[in-house]
Design a binder for this molecule. Structure first.
Ligand code: TXA
Ligand code: MG
Length: 334
């Protein structure tokens, strides 16, 4: 059931559901999340079941902004290193998740049994209203993975979430997500900042804010096998995604001529086809605008039953890193 997230009653109903160990989907500025009381291991188990996600994959815990924030951080995490504090100051509330050392004995299931925990303070007003209402009921944080089944494309509208989980789930509608790709994840538990998942915020801004060089997983040793957002094949629609430059797509369309069927193209370049069956959408020239559309476009093509999605390779520029990352993973899936 989809409720208007701007309604105070809907927020109260959602907070009561969460307090009673239920699940609620909520909007964030990045993608929609599937929330449960992070401190309640049984409630968190419900998320893993609903998503079909292995239960040793850790979840992100969402905390409120403002007065309750410091307390929430202390509740879930051991004291943050200085560079992590600077990231909190610079980017929260906003599309940044920090992996920090977990406080003993809390949110074990949400953390997938790891000694660390992912913390994020979302900027979306509906998410914040929900987090504040939850805190008032003694729920300090919401475990919330993207509200999609395991391995699938993240949802950026309430209708996408309903398509994934059906009508029994309480879904707060906050409109289409403004960022459109998941938060940037920085591991702050290894003494230096390590980028686990690129997002909207560029490396340069992160380094400027925290005063440290941003490391890669390769710089610090073994990759973490339990971060599903970092699996090579992830974020996949049912159709096969192929990244190609505009010239390659143009050649392929020319060769297929009027026979191009079951194919969709998402490109910045204007590409002509003689086929009336070809689905085409224009990719914006601006990285942030492209990120906002990315998952909705993949879902739309999928819904129309195409077998192949040809995507023009995004520019090799810092602002495009998040979009490029998601597309490469989608392309690696099949
Ligand atoms: O934008 C977002 O981050 C969205 C919204 C709903 O907040 N959430 C999201 O959650 O993308 P999820 O679960 O789909 O992706 C979170 C990623 C996963 O790859 C998970 O494995 C990783 O974060 N992660 C969470 N806690 C971690 C930890 N303690 N150590 C390493 N990776 C962690
Ligand atoms: Mg996800």
């Amino acid at each position: 059931m989809i409720l208007d997230g701007r309604s105070a009653e809907a927020i109260e109903q959602a907070a009561r559901t969460l307090r009673a160990a239920g699940l609620v989907a909520f909007p964030t500025e990045t993608v929609y999340g599937l929330g449960a009381d992070a401190a309640n291991d049984a409630a968190v188990a419900g998320i893993f079941t609903a998503k079909g996600r292995p239960s040793d994959h850790p979840l992100i815990v969402h905390v409120s902004a403002g007065a309750g924030q410091a307390q929430a951080i202390e509740h879930f995490a051991q004291p943050l290193p200085d560079f992590a504090r600077r990231l909190v100051e610079a980017f929260w509330p906003g599309p940044l998740t920090l992996i920090v050392t977990r406080q003993h004995g809390v949110a074990r299931a949400a953390a997938g049994g790891q000694d660390t925990i992912g913390l994020r303070c979302p900027a979306h007003p509906v998410a914040q209203a929900l987090l504040v209402a939850c805190a008032a009921q003694g729920v300090a944080g919401l475990a919330g993975p993207s509200a999609n089944r395991f391995g699938r494309v993240s949802p950026t509208t309430a209708q996408h979430v309903q398509g994934e989980f059906g009508d029994d789930l309480l879904i707060l509608d906050g409109g289409p997500c403004a960022v459109g790709i998941e938060s940037t994840i920085i591991d702050c538990s290894r003494g230096v900042p390590v980028l686990l998942r690129p997002g909207l915020i560029t490396r340069a801004r992160i380094e400027a804010a925290c005063g440290e060089r941003l490391r890669t997983r390769q710089d610090v040793g073994a990759p973490d096998p339990r971060a599903s957002g970092t699996l090579e094949a992830h974020y996949a629609p049912s159709a096969k995604v192929r990244l190609m430059d505009a010239a390659a797509i143009r050649t392929a369309l020319d060769l297929l001529g009027a026979d191009a069927r079951h194919i969709a193209v998402w490109s910045r370049a204007e590409l002509k086809s003689r086929s009336s069956h070809l689905l085409q959408r224009r990719m914006p020239d601006d990285a942030a605008a492209a990120a906002r559309l990315l998952f909705a476009v993949l879902r739309e093509f999928d819904a129309q039953g195409v077998k192949l999605i040809w995507v023009e390779t995004p520019p090799d520029e810092p602002a495009w890193e998040g979009v490029r990352d998601r597309l490469q993973r989608a392309a690696a899936a099949g």
